[in-house]
Design a protein around this ligand. Structure first.
Ligand code: URA
Ligand code: CA
Length: 435
């Protein structure tokens, strides 16, 4: 007979927990037998004393198995998934998923909603009129079988243990622990059923973890967890010290994705898309040289095949595909304000966290659980770090519902941007690739 207080005592002293002890804990929180105060005590003991790789894999598997495990085996081929730890102006998935699917690799992706200052793929997709992101398990599987791509919210009861732990971590100062973050993210990914998973771990001020060292440690740990449970894995650590693309806000980000699919001009966003797409394709078993795969990807973009995949996915999920074909149809908020540079020079810094928060404040994200999202508001930036500006030149455009919101977002833009008289250089885009 196990007692949770003995398990807490063991971890308090820095000892390793067995799989049986971890299962007892996870089963106990899901059944409700272990109360929040004991769970919180164990979480804090884990935060202070840490967990080794074996314990972290055990916790991840136990959490993954605490609910439904999606079985995608009836879909032929290697099913691919991608996960980002969350960014600002990061519409990567909406370009990447259809692009990879257009080469014939099935993409089965369960996405999330916006979290804190970061946007969520489900919210962005819902800015397309009619679009549904609540597919059933059956609809999800049939859609991937038929058209090779589906992006939906949780189709089943995925990792209920994580929901409980996440909510407690949020209010007990135990969120920022690498083993706990890795097991949280990977339990959901493993339960979602993909054969190969590519992770984009963001680093910098706009990210969950601010420094490259801890982000890289997180990326390696998640790759190890995935491989330990038989999945093909790759990960990148990428920059979130400035917004990735130009659009912060739901409809704005769908517009940016559709425009990139139509006309793939060089940008940091396109670079990340191509980098991740190569990793996904290689994970799926195509071991050709990176350059040859990139050529195929660029062909799929230029031929319209990738855009066509997105259009078909939107149509299949009840959305109006004409919005993707002609993104000018999106109705943006009517109060439009330009933010202009005080003097000529170079952009030397952009605080992605500040801009992400500003977009939430004017309605692009939620201030509290369950708030509706305003699809038409947001911030469009015209300048990244290293770009030149003239005095009085607009560097950002705000779409808001009120003059007060527009003014507050404009102030945030002014605070977020730094300018220099001398030439400034942007941060690297990709810090680390684990393949
Ligand atoms: N995202 C998650 O799903 N879990 C974490 O712990 C952190 C980010
Ligand atoms: Ca169990």
């Amino acid at each position: 007979m196990m007692l949770i207080q003995d398990i807490i005592a063991k971890k308090k002293l820095g000892e390793r927990l067995s799989r049986e002890e971890i299962d007892f804990f996870v089963d106990g929180i899901v059944s409700g037998e272990i109360p929040d105060y004991q769970t919180a005590a164990l979480l804090m003991a884990i935060w202070i004393k840490g967990m080794d790789i074996r314990e972290t894999v055990d916790l991840t598997m136990s959490m993954a198995e605490s609910g439904d495990m999606l079985d995608l085996s009836e879909i032929p081929g290697m099913k691919l998934d991608k996960h980002s730890t969350g960014g600002v102006a990061d519409t990567t998935t909406l370009i990447l998923a259809p692009l990879v699917a257009s080469l014939g690799f099935p993409v089965a992706k369960l996405s999330g909603r916006g979290l804190a200052h970061t946007g969520g793929t489900l919210d962005k997709l819902e800015s397309i009129p009619g679009m549904r992101v609540d597919l059933t398990k059956r609809q999800f599987i049939e859609q991937v079988k038929d058209i090779g791509i589906a992006i939906s919210g949780q189709t089943a009861d995925i990792a209920p243990a994580d929901r409980i732990l996440y909510a407690l971590r949020d209010v007990t100062s135990t969120t920022d622990n690498i083993a706990l973050i890795a097991s949280s993210i990977m339990s959901k990914k493993l339960a979602s059923g993909a054969d190969a998973i590519v992770l984009d771990v963001k680093t910098g001020r706009g990210a969950f973890l601010p420094d490259v060292k801890s982000s890289t440690e997180l990326a390696r740990l998640m790759v190890d967890i995935g491989r330990a449970s038989g999945r093909r894995m790759a990960a990148v650590v990428t920059d979130m010290d400035q917004p990735l693309g130009t659009a912060i806000g739901n409809a704005l980000e769908v517009i940016e994705a559709a425009e990139t699919l139509k006309d793939p001009r060089p940008s940091r966003l396109l670079d990340i898309v191509l980098h991740l797409a190569v990793l996904m394709v290689r994970c799926a078993g195509d071991r050709r040289d990176r350059k040859l795969i990139e050529d195929d990807l660029m062909r799929a973009l230029r031929s319209g095949a990738a855009l066509d995949k997105l259009t078909r996915m939107v149509e299949r999920q009840g959305g109006d595909p004409s919005y993707v074909e002609d993104p000018r149809k999106f109705e943006l908020a009517k109060i439009v304000r330009q933010v202009t540079a005080p003097a000529g020079g170079w952009v030397s810094g952009i605080d992605a966290l500040e801009l992400g928060k500003a977009s939430v404040i004017i309605g692009a994200g939620r201030k509290k659980k369950g708030d509706p999202v305003d699809f038409g508001v947001g911030i469009s930036i015209r300048k990244h770090i290293g770009d030149t500006v003239d005095a009085g030149e607009p560097f950002a455009t705000i779409y808001a519902r009120s003059e007060a919101d527009a003014a507050s977002a404009a102030e945030s833009c002014v605070r977020a941007y730094s300018f220099s008289e001398g030439k400034a250089k942007g941060p690297p885009l990709v810090y680390e690739t684990i393949e």
